[in-house]
Design a binder for this molecule. Structure first.
Ligand code: HMG
Ligand code: MG
Length: 298
């Protein structure tokens, strides 16, 4: 059966804005996050403490954090290494996410490491975060397909997931970075993870909507028993280090479906849509979300 409540992990300010060509002013980012919280989102991924040359769009993390320290939401941030963790902790971050890859090609492109080398880089980060009482999410990219390697074997995804949990990550977010997954593949991966001892309460799903499958894949995951879903307001996003990655599942498309199913999220779809329309105006192009378009044309 379906869950009665779903926790939405909003990634627009991070996964969305990291992929914008134009640099978004820091005050606008802060207002975006504030508006998302006011729309009822209780987990909003705020920014990344990565190398500023790798993701210049988020190089203002130090300026952003003090502007949002009174926002009433969990505000996780991405951290690739100890340098990133120190920067995040100095600004009072209470939740972080490390980000691994199921494939060698993407580990190299995104982290300049092998898969194993990246996991080694994360180990002290996760340990130090735990000591500081900071919650750690482990992203796993390219769980289904990879632009260089094609379809990714389920065993590969399961083994890196296990490694992330074993090193102390509280939750794994299964990333379909380039949006190639379909619902049968989702069901098979989740069932295999369960067999490997990974329970649904430790899992989140992170779908990109490149092939229009994100909502179908999400429904398959919910039917399987997963209750944490990543989404990006207005469908913003992509990944600068994965060619052919487009925006994430739009939060509005997700909330429209969940509202219809009577599943609680705490999100006010009207306020959320108004926020995405406002952001799209600043970015200079319309939101790709069908729900945003439909609701804003009413
Ligand atoms: P590297 O070049 O191997 O770095 O990059 P390094 O460890 O050799 O260090 C080189 C220099 O960078 C040093 O400075 C470090 O101090 C500095 P130097 O001593 O030469 O003066 N440095 C840093 N400075 C500031 N903050 C830091 C930091 N780290 C090192 N954190 C590195 C390795 C991991 C740093 C780099 O590859 C990187 O920053 N990658 C981030 C890429 C990224 O952010 N990608 C997007 C997020 S992932 C994603 O979107 C997927 C997801 O949405 C899920 C999905 O859809 O699949 C999560
Ligand atoms: Mg992503």
């Amino acid at each position: 059966g379906l869950p009665t409540r779903v926790r939405i992990h909003e990634v627009g300010p991070r996964d969305g804005l990291q992929n914008e060509k134009a640099l978004v002013p820091v005050a606008l980012k802060a207002e975006f996050i504030r508006r998302l919280a006011e729309a009822g989102l209780d987990t909003i991924e705020a920014t990344s403490f990565v190398h500023p040359k790798w993701v210049p769009q988020l190089a203002d993390a130090e300026e952003l954090m003090p502007l949002i320290d009174d926002v009433a939401a969990r505000l996780p941030v991405l951290v690739p290494n100890e340098r990133g963790l120190d920067r995040a902790l100095a600004l009072g971050a209470r939740e972080i996410a490390v980000f691994a890859s199921a494939t060698e090609s993407f580990a190299k492109a995104n982290l300049n490491r092998t898969v194993a080398g990246a996991l080694e880089m994360f180990e002290p980060v996760v340990a130090k975060a735990e000591d500081a009482g900071v919650a750690v999410r482990g992203y796993l990219s390219m769980c289904f397909g990879d632009p260089w390697e094609g379809q990714v074997p389920i065993s590969q995804t399961v083994s890196v997931s296990r490694r992330l949990l074993d090193m102390g990550c509280d939750e794994i977010s299964l990333g379909d970075t380039i949006g190639v997954a379909t619902p049968g593949h989702v069901r098979e991966l989740l069932a295999t993870l369960n067999e490997a001892g990974v329970t649904n309460d430790r899992l989140a799903v992170h779908f990109h909507d490149t092939y229009g499958q994100a909502l179908a894949n999400t429904l398959a995951a919910l039917e399987h028993g997963v209750t944490t879903v990543d989404a990006s307001a207005g469908g913003l996003g992509g990944c600068p280090y994965a060619k052919s990655a487009t925006g994430n599942l739009a939060t509005e498309d997700l909330v429209w479906m969940l509202d219809g199913l009577g599943i609680e999220t705490g999100v006010d779809i009207g306020r959320l849509t108004a926020t995405s329309v406002w952001m799209a105006r600043h970015l200079g192009r319309p939101s790709p979300s069908r729900t945003v378009r439909a609701l804003s044309q009413k």
